[in-house]
Structures are given as structure tokens and as C-alpha cells.
Design a protein. Structure first.
Length: 365
């Protein structure tokens, strides 16, 4: 069986007020090609389909057009989607009566039985070619409290693993999905786009996924293994969500399972993000202007939505709005888009009371 694991699309995201619809459409077109060319059986989308809980009509249109096209073009494809912390669980599940007919399974809401106990069977999804997927959406603290006890994230997965073994003792593979922070994963300290701790769910140990054939994770935007376990992975975001992420490797994971030998192999498929993010830094305004002068000029043929985006930092002796005006004027004829301009006070003239907003945000008590 061949499985593609992807996550954290964040459809509808505005990058410094620049619409990213064209970028997302290009990624989804590439993803459709990968599914077709690799004869993929299952597509796993591990949360944060949308960037906000109230996505625009345009971003929802992109999502549902993709599901329609990919299932029409690949009639045997099975799609399993879980909600992330950015998604509205109820909104994501609302079209289930229609999506079920397209072989698309969505799990977002924590459902309960009549006695108030969590309906764990709802999260065990049979795979068309054998085996099962434990599709666990993003769990909020209130989701883990049931009538009979207070579950933890670890016990949630543990009970699901036990339930699969009870119902289907010889089941293989058994795939887990989750949208959460797992201790042992790497996150850059200055990455503003990834919340490691959400509420009281402060990161579970990777050992809770022992016993699963493969674990498809979402939430962290850097593609990576967890604790060097080749079968516990974050697929990462397909587009960089911040300038910190511009050096991340974007793409999806292709998993191949052999039921006869009970082996799993994983290949990372690289997606070349169409919009490049760059930074320009200079010790003074003249140095920054000189670097800007070297950028290519507009010739009128550019697709504005795919122009590279720049972050500019200028070191100054004193704050002045004219510096920003000069940078904006210099960038105007260039085939680039401006994200932000930061003025950094030179250290030799900086007193103990002069700190930047960025420094204030990162100060410890």
C-alpha cells in the first residue's frame, strides 16, 4: 500500500497581507500529480487544512475543488482528514454525508456515546486495502474529559491502540494520525508561526505511538522525524509560514507498506515553493539601497502573486521615518514584494533603555 502524508496547508493564510491562493493552488496541483504518478492508495491530511476557524469562501473552494478532482481522477483513492488547532472541527465535518460518498473521511469533533463516554470506535477508520487508521483530531483539554474519567492524550491513543487489537488482532498496518506537539521534535526558538504548547497539552512523549506502523503528525511546520524514529514524522507545511521557515524543506512523505514482510519505507517528496522569501540587512541605509539596486526590475510580465517577498532590516543611529520611505521608494520599480522594514539601533549608540519591539517580545522575566 502507498500512502502520502501531508499537513498544515493553512489555506487562506495572508502572508503580510499578500494572498497565497495561487501558491496553494500550485501545491495542490503538484500533490495531485504525485498521487497519480505514484499510484497512491491513501492520502492523510494531518490537520490545519485552513488558517482560521472561519475560512473564506475562496479558500474553502480551493479545498473542495481539490477533493473533488483528486477523487475523480483516482477512483480508488481514500482520503483521511483530521482537524488541527486552526480548523473549526464542526465546520470541517459538516459535509461528511457528501464526503463519505467520495471516500473522504473527516474526523474533527470528539464524539461521545449516550453514557457520555468517548466513542473511540469513531476514530478507527478501515483502510480500503487492509489495516486501519487511528484518525485523532487536535484534542483540546475539554475533549479529554468524559463522564467516567479524565483522559490524557497518551491514554486516548493507548485506548485506541487497545481497541484495534481487541477488534482486529491481526490488523496490519495500523496508522496513527495526530495534530499536536510531541516532545523530541525540533522547533527554532525564534519561529513565531509554531505554538509548541497549547492550553495544558504540553507535549507528549513519542513512546505513545509505539505499536503503530506509522504515525502521521501535523502542527509543527518543519518536516522531521521525532526522536530519530523513522516511522513517527511531521510532514511539515508545504509553504513557509514565516521568514524563519524559508530554509525548511517543503513537501510530503510517501509511505510504502509491505503486508507480507511487515516492512515500512518512507520517501520524502520535495515541493519547490513558488514564492521565495529573502532578507536584506545593512549596517546603514546606503548599504541597503545598494543591495536593492542589484535586484531585478519589473518588466510588466510578472505574475504579482508569485513575486519574491523581502524582509528589510536597516541599522540606524536614530529612528527616522524617512529611512523607511527611502527603502520603499527604492523597492518600487523592482520585481519584488515588501513584507516589512525593521530599523535596528546601532549598538554603540544604544542605551540600556533603548530596545526594539522584537527585543521586548523576547525578554524573560
Amino acid at each position: 500500500m502507498k500512502i502520502i502524508h501531508t499537513a498544515d496547508w493553512h489555506l487562506g493564510q495572508l502572508f503580510y497581507n499578500y494572498d497565497r491562493s495561487r501558491e496553494h493552488e500550485m501545491f495542490l496541483q503538484w500533490l495531485k500529480s504525485q498521487i497519480h504518478d505514484n499510484a497512491v492508495d491513501v492520502l492523510l491530511i494531518a490537520g490545519d487544512v485552513f488558517d482560521t476557524q472561519n475560512p473564506s469562501a475562496a479558500s474553502q473552494s480551493i479545498y473542495y475543488h481539490f477533493l473533488r478532482d483528486v477523487t475523480y481522477e483516482n477512483p480508488d483513492l481514500q482520503v483521511i482528514v483530521i482537524a488541527g488547532n486552526h480548523d473549526s472541527a464542526g465546520r470541517l465535518e459538516a459535509p461528511n454525508p457528501l464526503l463519505d460518498a467520495m471516500n473522504v473521511k473527516v474526523r474533527g469533533v470528539v464524539r461521545r456515546n449516550a453514557d457520555g463516554a468517548i466513542d473511540f470506535d469513531n476514530y478507527i477508520v478501515p483502510l480500503n486495502r487492509g489495516g486501519y487508521c487511528v484518525a485523532v483530531p487536535y484534542l483540546r483539554q475539554g475533549d479529554l474529559i468524559s463522564a467516567d474519567n479524565n483522559h490524557s492524550v497518551a491514554s486516548f491513543y493507548g485506548q485506541l491502540r487497545s481497541r484495534v487489537a481487541e477488534l482486529h488482532p491481526d490488523a496490519w498496518p495500523v496508522i496513527a494520525m495526530g495534530h499536536l506537539y510531541v516532545a523530541g521534535a525540533k522547533v527554532l526558538a525564534d519561529d513565531e508561526s509554531e505554538n509548541i504548547f497549547i492550553g495544558n497539552l504540553q507535549g507528549v512523549e513519542s513512546g505513545i505511538f509505539d505499536g503503530f506502523t506509522y504515525t502521521a503528525l501535523g502542527h509543527l511546520h518543519r518536516r522531521q522525524l521525532v526522536d530519530d524514529k523513522s516511522v513517527v514524522r511531521y510532514a511539515g507545511a508545504p509553504l513557509p509560514m514565516s521568514f524563519t521557515e524559508r530554509h525548511y524543506d517543503q513537501g510530503v512523505e510517501l509511505i510504502e507498506t509491505d503486508s507480507g514482510a511487515h516492512t515500512v519505507s518512507v520517501t520524502s517528496l520535495h515541493f519547490d515553493a513558488p514564492v521565495k522569501l529573502h532578507s536584506i540587512e545593512g549596517n546603514n541605509l546606503d548599504e541597503v539601497i545598494q543591495k536593492i539596486d542589484e535586484l531585478p526590475a519589473k518588466d510588466g510580465s510578472e505574475d504579482e502573486s508569485l513575486l519574491p517577498v523581502y524582509d528589510v532590516t536597516v541599522k540606524v543611529d536614530a529612528y527616522s521615518s524617512s529611512v523607511k520611505d527611502s527603502v520603499i521608494e527604492a523597492l518600487a520599480p523592482k520585481a519584488v514584494r515588501l513584507a516589512k522594514i525593521s530599523l535596528q539601533l546601532n549598538s554603540e549608540v544604544q542605551s540600556s533603555s533603548d530596545i526594539s519591539i522584537k527585543e521586548a517580545e523576547t525578554m524573560k522575566p
